[in-house]
Design a protein around this ligand. Sequence first.
Ligand code: SF4
Length: 345
Amino acid sequence: MSVKDVYEEMKAKLSNVVPDVELHLKAELVYEINKLKEAKNAVILGHNYMEPALFHTIPDFKGDSLYLSRMAAETDKDIIVFCGVRFMAETAKILNPQRRVLLPAEEAGCSLAASITADDVRQLKARFPGVPVVTYVNTYADVKAESDICCTSSNAAAVVESLKSDIVIFLPDEYLARNVARDTGKHIIFPYLDDSINSDAVGLDYQMIGWRGRCEVHEKFTVQDIQDIRLQYTDVVILSHPECSLEVVEASDFAGSTSAMIKFVEETEAPRYLLLTECAMGDNIAATNPEKEMLRLCRVRCPHMNEITLEDTLQSLQDEKYVIEVPEDVRELAVRAVERMIAIG
Ligand code: SF4
């Protein structure tokens, strides 16, 4: 396939979301990346938040973090290039340590993953001995290593219920925890707000213990945003991610993981949709569903996901950087929590 063929393919798929001048430039990068991917026996995984010219071209597998974790675990390619953020690439390394895992941009972090340390988890476990710890996959390997089981936004409630425990520690996203507490009928407390709360606290009724992490993208959406859009477009269907506040989720028509949102748009017939999540996902859905009108609230972007570009991905394959490493003692503990999550599905 020549650069011209790549350009024609991209034009057919993306002309409604990517300007033509950009398509020409990006087609050359896609061509080079695909050539190198084959030469180096690499697989590229692309998260749903990647920009459309990357998302719809170079990944062998694309989707949410749960699906991409599964694909990372199963691949027999020599190199995994993770077009996503650091905690995702770490999860790939945890599940498939024989492979060389590359993250195209060294700085691609996550406000949720940065909100908690392994020491924070150890301190919580000391305050609430014997209480199982559920950790969102949006955390670093050493935090996963302190956990009993991981979860994603698509299986968080199922993971909590699978533990059949009277009390569960759920880390680190405050809003996801509040949404899961509502869905599972549990009362949640946030002991970081009060140092005196521990497992001996008398008369305190709770079944979930949360933390103060927030996604810097999803925390910015407000009920006012929803009201403003509904005033302008009375027939809009609004979808939110469970990393949004409880109030935003309740004011939306549907809430779910990135994959659940994509499925919802594909399987329903509404005049227009608004996704309260990373803006690139609206473009990605619009590219494959040109008949659906996707409204965008693009003032809110994830700076970490946006670090990953086609240029960086080419450079990453050329120089085999940035290599993701997880110390073996940490990996051995973390892999149990991740595999337990995958088994729940
Ligand atoms: S969108 Fe939020 S949760 Fe996802 S990587 Fe960005 S900061 Fe982290």
